[in-house]
Design a protein around this ligand. Structure first.
Ligand code: DSN
Length: 416
């Protein structure tokens, strides 16, 4: 990956691309939504399919010359069906948010009602935040996690649903470390006559590998992104029963998008093939085992872990008990200085602002792709603890940076 052709045309962009590659190699990606795709997926995404317009669906395109686009999209769809067991799959959404938009367009009218988890409790912008089109087009009510346990307050959700009478209940989250009880939420949706959209963006890989229960066949609609734990080409996906297939397909195109990003769909197809291999099941289990090791080790260092642990790929740390003077922003910046890249995050019962909240969110998909096991992940937890505790101490940070560099060398990424 020398970027020779780019360098010849545009050295500035070549420098940025090479810089980003080195950044990924020399730091630990612990943003829970990030991962490192294979060179095969990178190559597919960088292919000549980026040049092709293919509005429509395989066999029914609006332009000529789509035979290879059809092959790629059919492969992506077939593999997704096998991975998640869905009756109908649309692989064209450009992102997880576009996938959610496809479902809303297929099922709701402006002014209809959405009930979703609040963003500060682990939800997502595209589930009804006022700054997002969902908050602007629809009437939104939110449920929360129980402030004591950190688990979704299923009873509160049911009570709110009865009062609010939503048209759509959204489950599936961005900063929630526990297994989701899909059937329980579906029951609430059935009771109030609402659709249920399960957004598994973060846990697509865990669900495909069977290390998290699946909402496919339970919820009316399942959406996801394809580049997080599933580690395929970048973008979104929608899954549903055959009865919703036509509505979903027309909502994605021509409803909400134009030409599909065929190079990304090629990346999805290749990543899905990789995820169908037995090694992917081992990877997904290791992601969860590493997250548990991270959580336990941070707890041993005195950190307060939201919900007391994790069942997934991520850990949410509330800094207020252990480090009342340290914000999530302080921790994020100090950790970035030493090469650990994670994000500040709101926590349930947040008392600061979303721009400088009280928590940090850390995920293990990227580390696990590099080959980290529990022992190596516990070493990372030790470094995180040291750096957060002494986030203003340059000597501590210099030593931590050396430890991170050693781990990156021990678990190399994108070797030539
Ligand atoms: N940006 C993603 C995340 O970090 O959770 C969600 O879109």
């Amino acid at each position: 990956m020398e970027y020779d052709h780019v360098r010849e045309v545009d050295p500035e962009v070549a420098d940025a691309l090479a810089g980003e590659l080195d950044r990924q190699r020399e730091t630990l990606a612990m943003i829970a939504s990030e991962n490192h795709v294979s060179k095969a997926v990178l190559e597919a995404q960088g292919s000549a399919l980026t040049n092709k317009y293919a509005e429509g669906y395989p066999g029914e395109r609006y332009y000529a010359g789509c035979e290879y686009a059809d092959d790629v999209e059919e492969l992506a769809i077939d593999r997704a069906k096998e991975l998640w067991g869905a009756e109908h799959v649309n692989v064209q959404p450009h992102s997880g948010t576009q996938a959610n938009m496809g479902v809303y367009l297929a099922t709701l009218d402006p002014g209809d009602k959405i009930l979703s988890l609040s963003l500060t409790h682990g939800g997502h912008l595209s589930h009804g935040h006022p700054a997002n089109f969902t908050g602007q087009l629809f009437e939104v009510e939110q449920y929360e996690v129980d402030p004591e346990t950190g688990y979704v307050d299923y009873e509160g959700l049911a009570e709110t649903a009865e009062e609010f009478e939503p048209d759509m209940i959204v489950s599936g989250y961005s900063a929630y470390p526990r297994e989701v009880e899909w059937e329980r939420i579906q029951q609430v949706a059935d009771d109030v006559g609402a659709y249920h959209l399960a957004d598994i963006a973060h846990i697509t890989g865990l669900v495909a590998a069977g290390v998290h229960p699946s909402p496919v066949g339970v919820a009316d609609f399942v959406t996801g992104s394809t580049h997080k734990t599933i580690r395929a080409g970048r973008g979104g996906i929608i899954m549903c029963g055959e009865e919703h297939a036509d509505d979903i397909d027309s909502a994605v195109f021509p409803g909400g998008q134009g030409g599909p990003l065929m190079h990304n769909i090629a990346g999805k197809a290749v990543g899905f093939k990789e995820a169908l291999q037995p090694a992917f099941g081992e990877y997904a289990q290791q992601v969860v085992d590493n997250a548990e090791a991270l959580s336990d080790q941070l707890a041993d260092h005195g950190f307060s872990i939201v919900s007391g642990g994790t069942d997934t790929h991520l850990v949410l740390v509330d800094l207020r008990d252990s480090h009342p003077e340290t914000t999530g922003g302080d921790a994020e910046r100090a950790l970035e200085d030493v090469g650990i890249v994670l994000n500040k995050n709101t926590v349930p019962g947040e008392t600061r602002s979303p721009f400088n909240p009280s928590g940090i969110r850390a995920g293990t998909p990227g580390l696990t792709t590099r080959g980290f096991d529990e022992a190596a992940t516990r070493e990372v937890a030790d470094i995180i603890a040291r750096v957060v505790e002494h986030h203003d101490d340059e000597d501590v940070k210099a030593e931590a940076a050396e430890d991170v560099a050693a781990l990156c060398a021990d678990f190399p990424l994108y070797e030539e």
